[in-house]
Design a protein around this ligand. Structure first.
Ligand code: NI
Ligand code: MN
Length: 230
């Protein structure tokens, strides 16, 4: 069994500790109005980037280079980090593919979104991440609208799903409830909201609806806070 701890770094950035391994997902920190940490303050072994938008690419190159971390993303994005930012250790993937890493398995899942990189380069297809570590399955939907195949992703039995709720650029609250019913995770946490006024949401209202309208347990934390699953 693995112990997993999740720290919300604001927006869609999450620090995930799996036993003694630490990874960061979509580390948009230094330009984020809600990040509790500077990019210089985190130390990780892996950097996962879901798609090419600047609010996800963020400080990924600086963190990967300083920490000699391995950057995991789609092939177009890892090539961009390698050739334009000198990131040495990369694992380029594509949708539906998985890679076995020392801490567990990382699978790139579908996401309905776009993925242009900050300099206009083609960023491949946007993705989510399914993390399968011994005894636990965790799904980060990342930036996406609702899609029916979330039901397939849920068939592994999810201990946690992290879903965007901000609306406008991703699914909003109503669709996150439907996503939760399709995924059937034990726990569900909201992401990609309250960073800027256009994606402000009432997370307590969301949590109340999750409790009333799904069988999943909502977990709402503030940027800088953490929770564990066991
Ligand atoms: Ni995006
Ligand atoms: Mn985004």
């Amino acid at each position: 069994m693995s112990e997993m701890e999740f720290t919300w770094l604001g927006h869609a950035a999450w620090l995930v500790r799996i036993n003694t391994t630490t990874l960061v997902i979509d580390p948009f920190l230094n330009d984020s109005p809600t990040s509790p940490l500077r990019a210089e303050q985190i130390s990780v072994e892996y950097v996962l980037v879901s798609h090419g938008h600047s609010d996800h690419v963020g400080d990924a190159a600086a963190i990967a280079n300083r920490c000699s971390a391995t950057l995991v993303s789609n092939y177009e994005i890892t090539e961009w980090f390698r050739s334009k930012h000198g990131v040495k250790n990369v694992i380029g993937m594509n949708l539906g593919g998985a890679v076995e890493l020392p801490f567990g398995r990382v699978k790139l899942t579908n996401a309905f979104h776009s993925s242009q990189l900050p300099d206009g380069s083609y960023g491949g297809n946007p993705a989510g991440f399914l993390l399968q570590v011994p005894g636990k399955n965790v799904y980060f939907a990342c930036d996406t609208g609702l899609f029916g195949d979330m039901q397939l992703i849920g068939t592994v039995g999810l201990d946690l799903a992290v879903l965007p709720i901000g609306d406008l650029f991703t699914m909003g609250i109503d669709d996150s409830l439907e996503a939760t019913r399709l995924l059937r995770p034990r726990r569900v946490a909201p992401s990609h909201y309250n960073t800027w006024p256009p994606i402000s949401q009432d997370a307590e209202r969301w949590a109340t609806r999750i409790r009333q309208e799904t069988n999943s347990q909502p977990i709402v934390i503030q940027p800088g806070q953490s929770f564990r699953i066991d």
